[in-house]
Design a protein around this ligand. Structure first.
Ligand SMILES: [Mn+2]
Length: 372
């Protein structure tokens, strides 16, 4: 009764603002988020969708567990990063918390160590929301529904993203509700693998688009997980290279001879990369915004850690935001960088990191304010 009344009240209030009631759940996340103040020396790693299990055949985390451990222990911890785990860290649809904790005990110690670098927060997702009722849970004091970073006057909201599905659920057909119901209650006992990626691409797109609309209206940046699709909306590689070349051409005449020959060399390299974009076509960098004709970078997704060949993650370092890819250096890597193709090797671990995409937060927010 109280719940209904409260919702009715909120909808009433919202209808007078330019937020529609469609964004009710997302507005609530923004209002109740744990506030964190970032400054120009802050470093934050955001990971999501580990889907940790019991270490057995159906455990989707198992294949990348060594990679995740190495990058946390040997890179992000010593590099003084804080940590946000952005939902679906434990796979509680398939496994008991006891079996997960006993298999991956070391990781719980490791996560908590990030507190000494600044902070460690963990948002809950749909697969680990049951943690809220588990009193003995080791990371209970770090568990929140959403986190908001205050960066100068701007806001970056971190939440898992399944909350948007609540909105879509209310508007979806009886047939698709039946399919979701089937997956939720029957696929699990049957042990269907990859159940966690039950969304098809249309549903993923709908979730992203709803959060995108909300972020543009609220003039905030959202960082989500849930759809398992890494997302970093920025200029296409071709546009980026063209602008860089433009810039260099304009500065050429003002330089001395040393500067000029450096510019000349850089332009040769950029031209080769640009030619490659056009040769390989759409997939390798002609694509611009996927929701609009013009790119508004208001939604980022850290992707997931259950990929076959590696994992993606989001880094915030001072005024820069990046999408990075970690992989076993011996294997072919899955992604081509939109910016800088050179991998960084992590000591002798055999693992490497590559920056898939990177932009300054000032630029991201300028586009959001000027174009959305
Ligand atoms: Mn999820």
């Amino acid at each position: 009764m109280f719940g209904l009344h409260a919702m009715g009240l909120c909808f009433g209030v919202n209808s007078t603002s330019h937020h529609t009631k469609k964004h009710f759940h997302l507005d609530r996340l923004l209002n109740t988020a744990k506030p964190i103040y970032l400054n120009h020396s802050s470093k934050v790693l955001i990971l999501s969708d580990l889907h940790m299990g019991n270490g057995g055949r159906l455990d989707e985390f198992r294949q990348n567990s060594e990679l995740v451990k190495a990058m946390l222990e040997k890179y992000y911890l010593p590099e003084k990063y804080s940590l946000v785990l952005n939902g679906d860290i434990e796979e509680l649809f398939k496994f008991s918390l006891e079996s997960i904790v006993s298999e991956w005990k070391d990781f719980y110690d490791l996560f908590l160590e990030f507190e000494k670098n600044g902070f460690f927060w963990k948002t809950w997702g749909n697969h680990d929301a049951a943690l809220l009722d588990m009193r003995e849970y080791r990371l209970a004091s770090s568990l929140v529904e959403s986190v908001k970073f205050h960066y100068e006057d701007e806001t970056i909201l971190l939440f898992h993203g399944h909350q948007a599905a609540l909105v879509l659920w209310q508007t979806c057909s009886i047939l698709s509700r039946a399919v979701i119901f089937f997956l939720r209650y029957f696929a699990k006992p049957l042990g269907i693998r990859n159940f966690s990626v039950a969304y098809n691409s249309r549903q993923r797109f709908a979730i992203e688009q709803l959060i995108y609309e909300f972020s543009n209206q609220s003039k905030i940046v959202s960082i989500i997980g849930h759809t398992h699709r890494p997302l970093f909306e920025s200029l296409s590689k071709a546009d980026f290279l063209n602008y860089r070349i433009e810039e260099l051409c304009r500065s050429y005449r003002a330089g001395d001879s040393e500067k000029r020959s450096a510019i000349k060399q850089t332009i040769i390299e950029l031209k080769i990369e640009l030619d490659n974009c056009y040769k390989k076509g759409k997939i390798s960098g002609l694509r611009s915004g996927i929701y609009n004709n013009i790119t508004i970078p208001s939604v980022f997704n850290s992707g997931c850690t259950i990929g076959k060949r590696g994992i993606t993650a989001i880094e915030i370092e001072g005024s820069t935001i990046r999408l990075v890819y970690w992989y076993n250096g011996k294997q072919n890597r899955k992604f081509i960088s939109e910016r800088d193709n050179r991998p960084m090797e992590l000591g002798l671990t055999g693992f490497s990191r590559i920056v898939l995409n990177e932009d300054s937060l000032d630029y991201v927010f300028s586009r959001l304010h000027l174009l959305a």
